[in-house]
Ligand binder design. Structure first.
Ligand SMILES: Nc1nc2c(c(=O)[nH]1)N[C@H]1C(S)=C(S)[C@@H](COP(=O)(O)O)O[C@H]1N2
Ligand SMILES: [Mo]
Length: 298
């Protein structure tokens, strides 16, 4: 049965289940002393991080490459009004105001694990809506196999885009079935507040079973296309960052292990936990990749 997300009610039972798994993993790895930190962190794992943590430790290279840059440098970006171009293989292409594009699609809370390819993680209570609702509204045509996304390029407020750090605009893409999956959301809020600029205002993608770089921020263009698009990080280093970028503890980054992750802000009992296959969403998404070599299609 499909389980759309973690809700606040789920936190306790799912934590207990995770806790048990991670204790078993820890015991398998050796000492009981080694097991305690893992168990403690596993319990914490699904408790959402604080507003402060989520909004001051960011990756948004348009505003600078250090984690504190986005919060410090993005406050002059004006996101209302906002226009999103929808083009390619769609029935209703156009330049939509964000309000028209979202229309009467209601938002809901989704508490998701968020795992960066750099091996840190948080738990974030997003407000948003399933991307499939938006795609169904604009009408996906036969022949569309992928969805491509682009971030705004605003040199007046984004110092980063004046330098060739990445190939601007920041681009991302999903296979159509990934884009239509109920776990894939467009986020417009966090903690029931409008999403802050540093987290991708006014609307950003969130794909919880993939590394964070797939979750493209501050979207201005959505294109339905036939061919697999090249995403920014793949363009930058194809041997390190693939198109699929599914969280996978068994496939290491060429320069570091992906087997574990540093939980942002985790204190007392240590701060590393085991990384879960598909970031803990395997029961819901593994079937999308049946028969694929996940080492090749990383
Ligand atoms: N446009 C754009 N989107 C982006 C990025 C970026 O630099 N530019 N960084 C990505 C990476 S690497 C991560 S981990 C997440 C971070 O999201 P957060 O800052 O909201 O936690 O945003 C992703 N989306
Ligand atoms: Mo990331």
């Amino acid at each position: 049965m499909f389980k759309p997300d973690l809700t606040r009610d789920d936190v306790t039972p799912e934590s207990v289940w995770l806790n048990r798994r991670q204790i078993i993993a820890a015991l398998g790895a050796g000492s009981i002393a080694g097991g305690l930190p893992l168990a403690a962190n596993a319990l914490e794992e699904l408790e959402p991080h604080t507003w402060e943590q989520i909004t001051t430790y960011n990756n948004f290279y348009e505003f600078g490459t250090s984690k504190s840059d986005p919060a410090e440098n993005s406050q002059d970006m004006v996101t209302d009004p906002w226009t999103v171009k929808v083009d390619g293989l769609v029935d209703n292409p156009g330049e939509y105001s964000l309000a028209d594009l979202i229309g009467d699609i209601p938002t809901e809370e989704r508490i998701y694990r968020f795992r960066c390819v750099e091996a840190w993680s948080m738990v974030i209570p997003w407000n948003g809506f399933e991307l499939n609702k938006l795609l169904n509204k604009v009408g996906v045509q036969d022949g569309a196999g992928y969805v491509a996304f682009e971030t705004a390029v605003l040199p007046d407020v984004m110092e980063g885009v004046k330098f060739p750090i990445l190939d601007w605009p920041y681009k991302e893409g999903l296979r159509l079935d990934e884009a239509m999956h109920p776990l894939t959301i467009m986020a417009t809020g966090i903690y029931d507040k409008p999403i802050p600029n540093q987290n991708g205002a006014p609307m950003r993608l969130v794909v919880p079973w993939k590394y964070g770089f797939k979750s493209i921020k501050t979207i201005v263009r959505i294109s339905l296309v036939a061919e697999q698009p090249v995403n920014t990080w793949q363009h930058s280093a194809a041997n390190e960052y693939g198109f699929f970028a599914n969280v996978n503890p068994e496939v290491d980054h060429p320069r570091w292990s992906q087997a574990s992750e540093r939980v942002i802000g985790a204190g007392l009992f240590g701060s590393r936990i085991d990384t879960l296959m598909f970031n803990g969403y395997a029961d819901q998404v593994a079937s999308l990749y049946e028969g694929m070599d996940l080492r090749k299609n990383f």
